[in-house]
Every structure is written in C-alpha cells, then in structure tokens.
Design a protein around this ligand. Structure first.
Ligand SMILES: Cc1cc2nc3c(=O)[nH]c(=O)nc-3n(C[C@H](O)[C@H](O)[C@H](O)COP(=O)(O)O)c2cc1C
Length: 325
C-alpha cells in the first residue's frame, strides 16, 4: 500500500509504532521495522543521551530498515538534556523523529538540517495546524481513545480525524484505538494516511516487557481504562488497578487543591516496576481503550501482515462488494 506517509518515511506499510516509555527499546523498534512498519525508540526512557546513542547502535545491529526516535517534551522543573538527545539522534543517523508534548519549534532547525523528518503528535486540530505552520513534516493525530495523554478536549477519532483531514495539508496518521485492518481501513476512509499504534504493539512476542503486562492487556476490556491527573490538566489514560483507584480517590478527596506531590507514590518512577518487574499494582501506566480489541500475542510481523491483509480485504472485497451489490 502506498500513501503519503509510506512515501515520506520510506516505509513499506503505513503503520507506525508510537514511542512508549519503558517499551520503546531497540528490540521493539527493530521488530516493528523488520515487519515493514516504522519502529520507534523512546528517547527519554534511555535516561541519558549516551545511552540513547548506544540504543540506536543496538537497534541498527538488529535491522537495516528505517526506524525513528521519540522525543517527548515535558513541562519540567529540571528538563532533560534535550540538546544532548538531539545530538545523539543526529549523530546516530536517525532520519525520523516523533515529537510529542510541548511545541517542538525550537528543535526543528537542527533536526531538519540533518535531513530528519519530524512527525509531531497532537491531540487537537488546533495543535496539528500549529505543527503544520512551524514546518513539521507530518502529524500523528491522537484521539480521546488513546493510551497515554489524550489532551483535555476529549474529541474521539470519529470526529477528530475527519476534522484534521479538512484542515491539514501535510500528511497525518490516525492514533488512538488502532488495533487491526479494520482500524487501518477506517482511518484511511476518514482521511488519514496511515495509523499509529501504541498499546496494541505491547501485546506482541518481541515487546521487551514482562509477560504480566501482556497478560493484563489480554484480560482487559474496553471498559478498564481510567483517566487520571485531569485536575492537574495532565490527563493520562491508564489501565485500572489498585494504585489507580487510590489515585482517583485522592483526586476526589482533594479536589482542586490536589498537587503533583500528592500522587507521587502512584505515578513517579513506576514504569520499570511495571514493565520490567511485572508488578501490575505498582502504579498508573498508560493504556488505550483498544485493550478491548487485543486477544492474542502475535509477532510484530504477524500483526503487521495481518493488519495489511485485513485492510486490503475490507477495501477490495467488503467495501467494493457493497457497491457491486
Ligand atoms: C505504555 C505507554 C507508554 C507511552 N509513552 C509515551 C511516551 O513516552 N511518549 C509519547 O509521546 N507517547 C507515549 N505513549 C503514547 C503512544 O505513543 C501512542 O500515541 C498511543 O499509545 C496511541 O494510542 P493507543 O494506545 O490506543 O494505540 C505511550 C503509550 C503507552 C500505551
């Protein structure tokens, strides 16, 4: 399948694996890229620019296909060494960067002078247009269903994607709730040029996370995610567990008085305990409603091939067939 995204990024299939904290290691990115989609290493998960440089080298040993790096710009008292991460990305020969969080404008000249295509992840049409106006090459439009940070507007993809298609000139991928060929065919119908999947890629054989995480995704339904940190205007969609129940109880009790310090035990530093050690009650971790559509743990290649096959069948047989009838 050829779309503006496969052309822009030089990939075979219009599928991107979004950056994921403590999931986006070299094994994940390489497996997705080897399947003909775009794998992404999560920059900040590596901890330092030197470790990111080493992770890029490790990934290159595992794949000759293009892969990208995610750089998430967080509001922070003590910001990470972003110039160092940018240098590691450029020196590592990376050609695709997924940015997320704050406006990436400050970093665009350095990245684009190095021939890097920048895909900025946005949760609204407003932010997508801003990304287009500052020169981003594409955007990833993340609907309310998504795992992680859906923003504060709560617009689901059935509205957000056609709205994005109406306004944007640059290519965009549909993100949030994408699971299979039905998602891909629907996203294309709504005007997107491909899909970005997060949660679905965690339930794959190669995802470098504890098996408990994969089993939790198999067990979860579409009713099992919760929104946390809304009072802090830093809303995150996470999988329900005891820590999330506690966090929501604090939000209810403290109301608008709540501060980040109040929820540190539930959110700070919990990812290694969950993703690496498999302690599923350790804290709040990002998970999309799409968990309700996850029923197996295929290899990345099986998942990508199946998605492409299903989408092709839907377009060729089901949709065209409806017209013929
Ligand atoms: C466990 C997990 C961790 C994530 N971490 C990040 C991150 O560090 N940076 C980022 O930009 N997006 C992050 N995301 C969001 C994904 O890149 C992607 O936008 C989102 O998962 C899409 O929604 P879906 O889960 O419904 O596919 C994370 C998502 C998950 C599930």
């Amino acid at each position: 399948m050829k779309t503006r995204i496969t052309e822009l990024l030089g990939i075979e299939h219009p599928i991107i694996q979004g950056g994921m904290h403590y999931v986006g290691f070299a094994e994940m990115a390489a497996a997705v890229s080897n399947a003909g989609a775009l794998g992404i290493i999560t920059g900040l998960t590596q901890g330092t620019p030197e470790k990111l440089a080493a992770e890029i080298r490790r990934c290159r040993d595992m794949t000759s296909k293009p892969f990208g790096v995610n750089l998430t710009f967080l509001p922070s008292v003590k910001p990470p060494d972003y110039p160092g991460y940018i240098k590691a990305i450029i020196d590592g020969g990376i050609k695709i960067v997924e940015t997320a969080g704050n406006n990436p404008q400050k970093w665009l000249p350095a990245l684009q002078e190095a021939g890097i295509k920048v895909v900025h992840k946005c949760t609204s049409v407003r932010h997508s247009l801003k990304a287009e106006s500052i020169g981003c090459d594409a955007v990833s439009v993340d609907g309310f269903e998504c795992g992680g940070h859906p923003g504060e507007d709560d617009v689901p993809n059935f509205i957000l994607l056609p709205r994005a298609a109406e306004e944007l000139k640059i290519p965009f991928v549909a993100s949030g709730g994408m699971a299979d060929g039905r998602s891909l065919a629907a996203a294309l119908a709504l005007g997107a040029d491909g899909i970005n999947m997060g949660t679905r890629f965690i339930a794959t054989k190669e995802a470098p996370v504890h098996d408990n995480v994969k089993q939790a995704l198999l067990a979860a339904t579409e009713l099992d995610t919760r929104l946390v940190m809304r009072p802090l205007r830093n809303t995150e969609r996470v999988l329900k567990n005891k820590a999330v129940d506690r966090l929501l109880e604090k939000e209810k009790t403290l109301g608008s008085q709540i501060k980040f310090e109040d929820i540190i035990p539930e959110v700070a530093g919990v990812y290694p305990r969950i993703m690496t050690e498999g302690d599923m009650e350790a804290g709040a971790w990002s998970c999309g409603m799409v968990a309700g559509l996850i029923r197996d743990i295929p290899t990345c290649k099986e998942l990508v091939d199946r998605t492409m096959r299903e989408a092709t069948d839907i377009i060729r047989a089901r949709l065209t067939g409806l017209l013929a009838a």
